[in-house]
Design a binder for this molecule. Structure first.
Ligand SMILES: [Mn+2]
Length: 357
């Protein structure tokens, strides 16, 4: 367990102890870690004698609505006119990553940032727990709880467990470190129902998720000699099954599971926002998913990132495909450099073709 920065801990303690009503927020389109860390944080603060409120887009809860405390999450739309004196942001690399409905409420508040994104530039928060080597924000919430000597209960441990399990791909990604397992071991001591949780998250799927996957499979497009694969879900696809993004959480695994895949993309539309396209990105090898996401104002992790492209789906796809091509086959010459006399000897045929496009 790498230690938390003592000075930041002291700052956070002072901020928390001086606050009565505390708002806890994760990032837009919250995932398991965002929800798990916010639910547990709100519970820990409540148990410590504060009035703590987690707020999120509750439509994104999906399967995670089984978590105790999920029902207490305030929908972002109902946050207006509520007063708080402290913000705890979890799993957010910057203020802009928080839901747009929360930002005006949180803007003027003192802020604590608990985050593990590499894209976090260290400017967000009056007290900051930022550790890109942590598996999840949930792991950091656990560290803070230990430092604050806050006792965990089972509900809290299960929320943290969900955050860790989902952000590490069931303790499979390289972000799984010895400290991750020690944290998980401690959570198990608090009675986490591992088999039940695994069955809920990974073992069973609602009918609408299956239907969305079926549609995603049909859209599967493999290119660049299997190095890139993508799937697409349109607004109408979600409408047909009355589903949301939460019902399509693991759809990205479809393009990712193609043998030889290096870049997996999942394009999808959000209802009422057809002028923008969301894109989930997964990479293998040395490719940096955040480099692609950052081109469109998004962020995330080296191997898993996401962004919102401000364009309708057709244009958005062209822009992202170009960004992928530029990454896989970086343009060798500046635009104003003289044209090469002939294709480089030994370059694979496909690369030469791409260079000509
Ligand atoms: Mn996370």
């Amino acid at each position: 367990m790498s230690a938390l920065d003592k000075a930041e801990c002291a700052k956070a303690r002072a901020l928390i102890e001086g606050a009565k009503r505390i708002l806890v927020s994760g990032h837009v389109s919250p995932d398991g870690d965002s929800l798990g860390s916010m639910i547990s944080m709100a519970r820990l603060l409540t148990a410590a004698g504060h009035e703590a409120f987690a707020s999120a887009d509750v439509n994104a809860l999906g399967k995670l609505s089984f978590l105790e405390g999920a029902g207490d999450i305030i929908p972002v739309r109902k946050l207006k006119r509520k007063k708080f004196d402290l913000l705890v942001a979890v799993d957010c690399s910057s203020f802009d990553r928080m839901p747009p409905e929360i930002r005006p409420v949180a803007e003027k508040l003192p802020k604590i940032c608990i985050d593990h994104h590499v894209t976090n530039d260290g400017t967000f928060g009056d007290a900051q727990f930022v550790d890109p080597s942590a598996s999840s924000a949930s792991e950091l919430v656990w560290r803070l709880a230990k430092w604050m000597e806050w006792p965990l209960d089972r509900a809290c441990a299960e929320a943290l467990w969900v955050g860790m399990v989902t952000d590490t791909g069931r303790f499979a990604y390289d972000s799984t470190r010895p400290g991750t397992m020690r944290t998980a071991a401690d959570l198990l001591k608090h009675g986490v129902r591992t088999a039940l949780i695994n069955d809920i998250i990974y073992g069973t799927f609602p009918r609408k998720s299956m239907e969305l996957k079926r549609m995603a499979w049909r859209s599967l497009h493999i290119w660049k000699n299997r190095r890139v694969a993508e799937v697409t879900l349109l607004r109408d696809d979600f409408r047909k099954v009355r589903g949301t993004k939460a019902d399509a959480e693991d759809v990205i695994e479809i393009p990712r599971s193609v043998a030889h895949n290096e870049i997996a993309l999942f394009f999808y539309q959000i209802p009422d926002r057809t002028k923008e396209t969301r894109c989930s990105i997964r990479t293998r090898g040395d490719w940096d998913a955040t480099a692609l996401a950052a081109k469109f104002g998004g962020g995330g992790h080296v191997k898993a990132a996401g962004c919102t492209i401000k364009a309708p789906i057709g244009v958005a796809k062209r822009q992202m495909r170009k960004a992928v091509k530029d990454m896989l086959y970086p343009p060798k010459k500046k635009p104003d450099a003289p044209e090469p006399q002939k294709p480089e000897a030994g370059a694979p045929a496909e690369e030469r073709k791409d260079a000509a496009q």
